[in-house]
Design a protein around this ligand. Structure first.
Ligand code: PMP
Ligand code: GLN
Length: 382
């Protein structure tokens, strides 16, 4: 049988490629974004208790009602938005799934979606599989800011959606008040949905504020806002997240969700509902993870890599074009095989593989891991 691929241009995600290579060569994995330290014990115990108490069957398809209520309380407190738990929040198996579902809910063949590159690698395939066209705009290198004039110039009658991601993977760029003003101006003139990927909402540094789209009614009324418990509670393997969207959008989202996943695993939802009462668990995250960024950054000063500052996320990027002409992919492979340290080449986040000679490092690791990794890196001289 001939298979006519729906995604003929898609290979294996760079995260799997680099993590497999790291395993094969016993390298320290600063590639794929996940912590190497234990998540919180209390949350683990809450899951155990939830299982022992019999929370092991399907919960409501939109997510455990108590969990949605607690999330709605959190949104009110942090973002001053009275989200309706019943109508506007849907629990999903991860942020990536939430993004796919939101795109699938609204995209039709021929629609255009504005995507900023470098972009998390699921975005473009998720658009293409829905028969829509990604309209690619490069963030300005090396500040990775949004070129709003280009955005305005690329809007057409077919533009259905604009995707934003702050704090941004892979660069750690965060949206500014001016970005929000520009976005408001655009949507006041065009009928466009927004997908706002906010999985790193609490991982934001240098006293910057997370400008969630939940804060702005004129933006939220047209937005799907996607989150990940994995990032907030250091449990990326749980694959649990949620999407917040106004009722009409959530309705469409749920039509896709109910026949794809139906409902997410129950004991973790019970545990998270209880744990969400502990505000400190998410409010202290920015400081905790910033300390890791700073620790890593100080160590990296001793290497010739050039810093591209990150203001949020699990990641910081470094350029090396002044040292070597190797492509970023080749260098990432060489560092893994010969120096025992895995990273992610940032060209993988561009459809045309734009290579600014930048590597992404995940610093959300134990100090000893970071220390050992940089010691290995110091041996590379270009
Ligand atoms: N968006 C971005 C930008 C990410 O880095 C991630 C991390 N995997 C996700 C979405 C989704 O997270 P998950 O599906 O693991 O909850
Ligand atoms: N978000 C993670 C990263 O950027 C990876 C998630 C995945 O492997 N799909 O490293």
């Amino acid at each position: 049988m001939q298979i006519q691929s729906k995604l003929p241009d898609v290979g294996t995600t760079i995260f799997t490629v680099m993590s497999s290579l790291a395993l094969q060569h016993h390298a320290i994995n600063l590639g794929q974004g996940f912590p190497d330290f234990m998540m919180n014990d209390e949350l683990v115990n809450l899951v155990n208790t939830a299982m022992q108490q019999g929370n092991n069957q399907y919960v409501h398809m939109n997510g455990l009602p108590l969990l949605r209520e607690r999330l709605a309380e959190k949104c009110l407190k942090l973002y001053n938005n009275s989200i309706q738990a019943d109508d506007e929040i849907t629990i999903t198996p991860g942020g990536t799934y939430a993004i796919y579902t939101a795109l699938t809910a609204v995209l039709n063949k021929g629609d255009e979606v504005i995507v900023f590159e470098p972009a998390y690698d699921s975005y473009i395939p998720n658009i293409v599989i829905n028969g829509a066209t990604p309209v690619l705009i490069s963030l300005e290198f090396p500040s990775y800011t949004i070129p709003w004039d280009e955005v305005k110039a690329k809007i057409t009658s077919r533009t259905k959606m604009i995707m934003i991601n702050s704090p941004h993977n892979p660069t750690g760029m965060v949206l500014s008040e001016d970005d929000i003003i520009q976005l408001k101006e655009i949507v006041s003139q065009h009928d466009i949905f927004i997908l706002s990927d906010e999985v790193y909402e609490h991982l934001i540094f240098d006293n910057k504020q997370h400008l969630s789209l939940l804060r702005y009614p004129e933006l939220f009324e047209r937005s799907f806002v996607c989150f990940s418990f994995g990032k907030t509670y250091h449990c990326t393997g749980w694959k649990l997240g949620y999407c917040i969207a106004p009722k009409a959008l959530s309705n469409e989202f749920r039509k896709v969700h109910q026949f794809n996943c139906f409902s997410c695993n129950s004991p973790m939802q019970v545990a998270l509902a209880a744990y969400l009462q502990n505000e400190n668990a998410y409010l202290h995250l920015a400081n905790e993870i910033q300390a890791k960024r700073d620790y890593f950054r100080n160590l990296m000063h001793t290497t010739p890599f050039k810093l591209i500052p990150s203001y949020g996320s699990y990641f910081e990027c470094y350029s090396y074009g002044h040292l070597s002409n190797d492509s970023d992919f080749d260098l990432a492979v060489r560092l893994t095989k010969d120096y025992g340290i895995a990273t992610i080449p940032v060209s993988s986040f561009y459809k045309n593989k734009t290579d600014n000679k930048v590597l992404r490092f995940c610093f959300t690791k134990k100090e000893e891991t970071l220390h050992e990794a940089v010691e290995r890196l110091e041996k590379w001289k270009g």
